[in-house]
Unconditional design. Structure first.
Length: 353
């Protein structure tokens, strides 16, 4: 059952991505040769106008095959015959739909879980926060001048900054803003550095707040991916931070099993609901992650294609298709090598526990 849940979750996320490309291609009059639900052998296929719609055997997302996307085409409705703006909208639509999916799923999470508000519930005795005069009920709104909306942004910020670096923290109390400078203190027990405050979050007060914090949740997930990439490129994260399908599958399995263990004394309905909410929570993370990763300026990804279109817009002429295809082919090979490395790295992590 866990494997089915993983496949369905990843399948829906990829399908939504491709559906975004499909919808915007149709809106811009681009010929779609095939729109497939799933991958692998065809189970069923039908045609409407210029597009073949197919249902395939493996529930692993799908794809949107547009005329002129990967080859030269003289068709007036080919991808490469459309305006720069049209092509940019089609390319961005996939990642955008992933962000929309993450937002819609976040509404469910915000409704059933506590909101991740940066309003403090506890101040540790003798901590840097207590010495600075921070009190329960204060709302953290900025770290070193950068606005935050989720409490987890504080943890995220701590991961990418020097733990011994003083941090300017701006908080709101009774409608007034105050700024103090805190230096995290070492906890001898854990070996970690802490500001010394804690937020447990709170339940929403209605749909308006749930919608607002759903936007904040997607913003946080995007920010987390960007910070993670920054840590990888600056050497602050090791190779085990890279995660492919095997690693993500293990995360999904672990989350499901933990949810089952925590609700083993509950009814089947309650257990199912808790497991489902945990899967939805992971889907928010993975959908936002896929959206950001596809916008990276790598030729084999949407972001790389966007770069080629922008070069055309600036230079006034398209990059020759043969050159684009060579660069894309090299990128595909490099991505495949990276995927192989990540696969065996994930496998090693799973085997070693």
């Amino acid at each position: 059952m866990n494997i089915i849940a993983m496949i369905l979750m990843f399948g829906v996320i990829v399908f939504v991505h491709e559906f975004g490309h499909f919808i915007f291609a149709k809106m811009n009059g681009i010929k779609v040769n095939e729109f497939a639900i799933g991958m692998g052998p065809i189970i069923s296929t039908w045609r409407r106008k210029d597009t073949a719609y197919s249902l395939r055997a493996l529930p692993l997302g799908g794809y949107c095959l547009m005329e002129g996307m990967a080859e030269e085409s003289e068709d007036a409705n080919a991808f490469n015959s459309k305006s720069v703006l049209s092509r940019l909208s089609v390319l961005f639509a996939g990642p955008f739909f992933n962000f929309v999916l993450a937002f819609l799923l976040s509404i469910i999470i915000c409704h059933f879980y506590v909101l991740d508000v940066p309003v403090l519930d506890e101040i540790s005795p003798g901590s840097a926060a207590e010495e600075a005069g921070i009190l329960p009920g204060d709302e953290i709104i900025r770290l070193d001048g950068k606005r935050i909306y989720n409490y987890r942004e504080i943890t995220l910020y701590s991961m990418v900054t020097d733990v011994k670096k003083p941090v300017d923290i701006t908080y709101r109390r009774n409608g007034e803003e105050h700024t103090v400078t805190l230096t995290r203190k070492l906890d001898e027990e854990t070996g970690n550095y802490y500001f010394g405050f804690l937020s447990r979050g709170r339940m929403s007060t209605g749909i308006a707040e749930e919608l607002k914090y759903s936007v904040y949740e997607v913003r946080f997930q995007i920010k987390a991916v960007v910070y993670s990439l920054k840590m990888l490129f600056t050497g602050k994260a090791d190779k085990d931070s890279l995660m492919g399908p095997v690693g993500m599958g293990k995360v999904v399995n672990d989350v499901i099993e933990t949810a089952k263990e925590e609700t083993e004394d509950e009814t089947a309905a309650v257990q199912f609901m808790v497991v489902l909410l945990n899967i939805i929570n992971l889907a928010v993370l993975f959908s936002a992650n896929l959206g950001v990763m596809n916008l990276l300026p790598v030729p084999a990804l949407d972001g790389g294609r966007i770069v080629f279109v922008l070069i055309e817009a600036i230079a006034g002429k398209a990059v020759p298709k043969e050159k684009e295809m060579v660069v894309t082919a090299v990128s595909v090979v490099l991505l495949m090598l990276l995927m192989i490395f990540v696969f065996f790295n994930d496998l090693g992590n799973v085997i070693n526990g």
